[in-house]
Design a protein around this ligand. Structure first.
Ligand SMILES: Nc1ncnc2c1ncn2[C@@H]1O[C@H](COP(=O)(O)OP(=O)(O)OP(=O)(O)O)[C@@H](O)[C@H]1O
Length: 256
């Protein structure tokens, strides 16, 4: 299992007490599949992505990325794991105004310490994969909102992540462009074998996702975490990885 969130609870300070944002949440995402997470505002979707991205440490539970139990890692190790194994697509593209489309991607390889000659070629290949081969030398202000979001997605894939986390990628797009971006995410998930989690309010295209999990009041249902481990493709790998890390069984039981 490429991404495994196991029995995760996350609370935030809330006056005198604490607010439970994630309540015993479990999520299993095999490589090459896409899980959509839906749910009302405040139900915990962004918190789930932040925990899966290792940006927020849960109160309890485990997050296993490509066999690595991230709960055992220090801050520097987590940063390295994020750079190498996790691609994150935020709602807003946040592209750098002075860089061309190709440079937006190339800079990711530099940040990850992979400034090889092949970087430009990989950036161009990814721009081609998102339908922007002819925009490599354009700057953000020369591109439409949909094109900027495609660059945002290509940029997240630059370092060949095992896990792709996507937060509301269609919220600023019209229906047609939103549908095209979701189609693209499904195609890239298959082609690049990423374990993809997509938070969306856009219910129109959910039938194209492999799974749809629903978040309500910090609890998640339908995320595959209630399936027996031996029926989920790749689950044995996750169990091996987790056990090597000394973390016990990899079966997630949070979603009921
Ligand atoms: N940094 C924080 N400090 C305190 N409470 C927080 C923090 N972040 C989120 N919360 C609370 O945790 C709960 C879950 O929030 P979260 O943002 O994960 O939900 P969401 O489903 O992503 O909502 P939305 O769709 O509006 O983005 C909410 O009650 C929210 O107010």
């Amino acid at each position: 299992m490429t991404l495994l969130v196991h029995d995760v609870t996350l609370t935030y300070p809330d006056g005198e007490s604490r607010l439970t944002a994630l309540d015993a949440v479990g999520l299993e995402v095999p490589a090459g599949t896409l899980t959509a997470v839906i749910g009302p505002s405040g139900s915990g979707k962004s918190s789930l992505l932040a925990v899966a991205a290792t940006l927020v440490t849960p109160d309890s539970g485990r997050v296993v990325v490509a066999g690595e139990d991230t709960t055992r890692l220090g801050p520097a190790e987590k940063s390295a794991l994020r750079r190498e194994k996790i691609g994150i697509v935020f709602q807003q593209p946040n592209l750098l105004a002075s860089l061309t489309a190709a440079e937006q991607l190339q800079v990711m390889a530099h940040v990850a310490g992979r400034p090889t000659k092949a970087v430009r070629g990989r950036a161009l290949e990814l721009l081609d994969a998102v339908g922007l081969a002819d925009k490599a030398d354009k700057r953000p202000h020369q591109l439409s909102g949909g094109q900027r979001q495609r660059i945002n997605i290509a940029r997240a894939l630059m370092n060949e992540p095992a896990v792709l986390l996507v937060d509301e990628p269609t919220s600023a797009l019209d229906h047609e462009r939103g549908a095209a971006v979701l189609d693209l995410l499904v195609t890239l998930t298959r082609e690049r074998s990423t374990a993809t989690v997509l938070v969306t309010h856009d219910h129109a295209h959910l039938e194209r996702m492999d799974r749809t999990a629903t978040m309500a009041d910090g609890r998640l249902t339908g995320a595959g975490a209630d399936a027996p481990a031996d029926t989920v493709p790749g689950a044995q790998d996750a169990a091996g990885g987790a056990q090597r890390a000394g973390a016990g069984t990899a079966r997630a039981e949070g979603a009921r």
